[in-house]
Design a protein around this ligand. Structure first.
Ligand SMILES: Cc1cc2nc3c(=O)[nH]c(=O)nc-3n(C[C@H](O)[C@H](O)[C@H](O)COP(=O)(O)O)c2cc1C
Length: 462
């Protein structure tokens, strides 16, 4: 038996408030229930399943536009429900929180979604209602269709999007960390002081992208700032992650690529003056498990039969901003400098992917690897990814829903637990405390420290 891993693998259920997410075409599979995404009990049942499997969090992706790059339209996207229709993910959280006690939530919200001032309150509200279980996946967007839908001719340039996101975060830190001092809320009935006005401060932010003069509307919640997730590992993306991210979600095809990405992220975090161990790195992966190896491969064949490789390609076209419908199966693809997800384009370019290769690869797994086999084989593979890839855990994509999650909970989790590489019970405390074990709030080494009362940078952009 291999040497013990010596740590618990973090596992989030990767999902989206939609039918097709990563593994496209599975909605036609007879056991798939993803067409019920509109029903509240679909989500509350899922939350209960995930908590039974001691998942750390449900991680919800989101987009604000449609995938209209492939074939210059939405034909495949609509026919195969490729992240269209897509409902709002944040609205699901209260319902799922009400039927669970420990499950965390990592919800994707684009910084172009709404003003930082109103977003700050929305998140604080959820941090209160979940008692500190909310996380935010910070994305800057990559779809021209999303930009056009809100009145821009196309999206802001790649690196400028991150500059804007940096300032968005700065405003949020001021609101979450700097507006209400510790102890501002007294709740003192005898002296009729709910909150001490001397300890509540207006934020005055006058920057390049945002102007804010106002008080944070919510009193401090357990975590104040949600656990900060980030995905996107281009050069500029990494600089952004190094400043802000606590959990970085990477999309990598193999363990060597995971190791390279992980080392690059941790080096960037250290260069930004933070502790590299204050960041967790999660890779996307699909798991197909069964009691027997033959059973697992039977499921793989079934899932492949249900899949829609063309739908996978329509998704991928939008991710890298290239219309693959224009190319022959074996044509060389001019990847070039993408204004969409640069890290995704770079991987495909470095591997010399043709359309034929992409159709095969995207049929199942999407841009993520697949671990197939018995619980022992899958556990071996996951442990190898963590060890050799130098990562901390996974965002587990769904293939057939809820089968992918129930198989993981019922088959893989017990095997990992016997090896000591998965928790046997939830710890207490907020999502942040359960991930890092150092309390509910961001550590003093985090960028947000500068925006706390008494912090050296408070009011720097005034
Ligand atoms: C693994 C992964 C998952 C992502 N998930 C989302 C998502 O759910 N919604 C979204 O708008 N952008 C998503 N993105 C895009 C990035 O967050 C980012 O905004 C942008 O595309 C730039 O990425 P780059 O720095 O790699 O070029 C994702 C990117 C990666 C690599």
């Amino acid at each position: 038996m291999a040497e013990r891993l010596g740590k618990h693998i973090l596992v989030n259920a990767f999902n989206m408030n939609s039918i097709g997410h990563i593994n496209h075409g599975q909605w036609v599979h007879p056991r798939d229930t993803s067409v019920n995404y509109k029903r509240l009990d679909y989500w509350t049942d899922l939350a209960k399943t995930l908590e039974r499997g001691l998942f750390d969090a449900v991680f919800l992706a989101d987009i604000l536009g449609v995938y209209d790059v492939y074939g210059a339209g939405i034909d495949v996207t609509a026919r195969e429900a490729v992240q269209l229709p897509v409902n709002d993910p944040l609205v699901l959280v209260s319902a799922m929180a009400s039927v669970t006690r420990h499950l965390g939530f990592g919800v994707t919200v684009n910084v172009n979604n709404e003003a930082p001032y109103t977003f700050a309150r929305r998140i604080s509200t959820l941090d209160h209602l979940t008692d500190g279980r909310i996380g935010w996946n910070i994305v800057t967007g990559y779809l021209d269709s999303a930009a056009r839908a809100v009145g821009r001719s196309d999206q802001i340039r790649h690196d400028l999007r991150y500059d804007q996101a940096d300032e968005y975060l700065e405003v949020l830190y001021k609101l979450w960390e700097g507006s209400w001092e510790e102890g501002a809320v007294r709740g003192d009935r005898a002296s009729r002081v709910y909150a001490d006005p001397a300890r509540i401060h207006p934020v005055h932010h006058h920057g390049q992208f945002y102007q804010v003069d106002g008080y944070h509307l919510s009193e401090p919640s357990r975590q104040r700032t949600p656990v900060l997730f980030q995905a996107g590992t281009s050069g500029r993306g990494q600089v952004f992650a190094a400043r802000h991210a606590e959990c970085v979600f990477i999309s990598v095809p193999d363990k060597a690529a995971a190791r390279a990405a992980s080392r690059a992220v941790r080096a960037a975090v250290a260069a930004a003056g933070r502790n590299p161990s204050d960041v967790r790195i999660l890779a996307g992966i699909a798991v197909i498990a069964d009691h027997s190896e033959a059973g697992a491969h039977e499921k793989l064949a079934e899932y492949r039969a249900a899949s829609s490789p063309e739908a996978g390609l329509a998704h991928y076209s939008a991710s890298v901003g290239i219309d693959f419908a224009r190319f022959g199966l074996d044509d060389p693809i001019p990847f070039g400098q993408s204004n969409a997800i640069q890290s995704a384009a770079k991987i495909a370019e470095s591997r010399g992917y043709t359309k034929r290769a992409l159709l095969d690869q995207l049929a199942l797994g999407g841009r993520y690897p697949i671990a197939v086999g018995t619980p022992v084989q899958v556990a071996d593979e996951l442990e190898a990814w963590v060890r050799e890839g130098e990562i901390d855990g996974f965002n587990l994509t769904r293939i057939v829903t809820p089968e992918s999650y129930t198989d993981f909970a019922d088959l893989v989790v017990p095997e990992l637990q016997t090896r000591g590489s998965y928790k046997t019970a939830y710890g207490e405390g907020s999502l942040r405390h359960r991930i890092f074990g150092q309390g509910d709030r961001l550590p003093a080494t985090h960028t947000a420290q500068g925006f706390r009362i008494g912090g050296s940078l408070l009011g720097a952009a005034e």
